[in-house]
Write a protein of this length. Structure first.
Length: 318
């Protein structure tokens, strides 16, 4: 077996994290789970990631026909944009998708239209490539508590709304870990210190629901997992501590949003308020970054999180 390519790292329990190359290094991950010669991908990144995913498979000595499952945690394009293109290369695989997202994997036109309205057609083509659908007969819908078997290895789906209503997390009994997509927040390796990882919630548009997200996080923590496998980015441990950190910050973000309800120039003030929270939290964690450096690293997240909080505020009853 050849050594793994530089964009892939082997973890324990047959789990491999693949840097999809989206946005910047160590920003967006796909996971390849291998069990008794069979394989599954959890999240895929964009179309541009497909050569990396196939390259990792090849380096492990596995044929494309060894992949049984492709599992997007939800259908946001940085997680699922490459599902259709990847499935074209995997003759035996089926895609397991949350029931609220399955139709978007079959016909991604609404996803593409929504993203194009925000970013423009040129940026969508540059960042994601041409999104293709998955034939309906190759799509399966997950259900809360449903367990599938990867060569005898149980993988169980749990419905985890809060970041998106089409989000599920996958419990891997072998590693006692969850593949969390965006439910358990973001943890970028640049912010690691001697205290360990730092975590922050993601509140991107358009289905941020803080009460549901709190419930989902608490449900994941109730399993006492030994690890969380984040799409952004990588495996984190010390899960109970990080979960408590995540929920405290979620409360801070909700309080910030409510304090700005109805004020002029809300978007810019949301962005500044978020950045202030991030700077303070990073400093408390022992990061030596200046506010400008934090802004550079979290600029995309700050913009999207501000948009998501604003949409939540505008919904009835928020």
């Amino acid at each position: 077996m050849a050594s793994l390519p530089p964009y892939a790292v082997a973890l324990a329990h047959g789990i491999h994290v693949v840097d999809t190359g989206f946005h910047r290094p160590l920003f967006d991950a796909s996971y390849l789970i291998v069990e008794n010669g069979r394989a599954a991908f959890v999240d895929t990144g964009t179309n541009h990631a497909v050569p990396r995913l196939l390259g990792t498979l090849e380096a492990l000595g596995l044929g494309r026909d060894a992949v049984d499952f492709v599992i997007p945690t939800h259908v946001h394009l940085d997680h699922a944009g490459g599902v259709g293109a990847l499935m074209q290369q995997l003759p035996n695989a089926v895609a397991w998708v949350h029931p609220r997202g399955a139709r978007h994997m079959i016909d991604p036109s609404a996803l593409v239209a929504g993203a194009t309205a925000v970013y423009g057609a040129e940026e969508i083509e540059r960042s994601y490539g041409r999104i293709v659908g998955v034939p309906a007969e190759r799509v399966r819908e997950s259900a809360d508590g449903l367990t599938i078997q990867l060569a005898g290895r149980p993988l169980t789906f749990f419905d985890t709304p809060g970041h998106a209503r089409h989000h599920h997390c996958i419990w891997d009994e072998r590693s006692r870990g969850f593949f969390t997509g965006d439910t358990f927040g973001l943890s970028y390796r640049e912010f690691d210190t001697e205290k360990g990882p730092w975590l922050l919630p993601t509140t991107t548009p358009v289905q941020f629901e803080p009460t549901a997200l709190r419930t989902s996080v608490q449900r994941l923590l109730s399993f006492e997992p030994q690890a969380m496998y984040l799409t952004h980015y990588g495996r984190v441990q010390d899960v109970q501590h990080l979960g408590a950190q995540l929920l405290v910050q979620l409360d801070e973000l909700v309080a910030l949003g409510r304090s700005l309800r109805g004020v002029p120039d809300r978007h810019s003030r949301l962005k500044q308020g978020l950045l202030d929270i991030y700077v303070d939290r990073a400093r408390d964690h022992g990061c030596g970054f200046t506010p400008a450096q934090v802004r550079d690293l979290l600029g995309v997240d700050t913009e999207l999180n501000a948009q998501g909080i604003a949409i939540w505020l505008d919904k009835e009853g928020a």
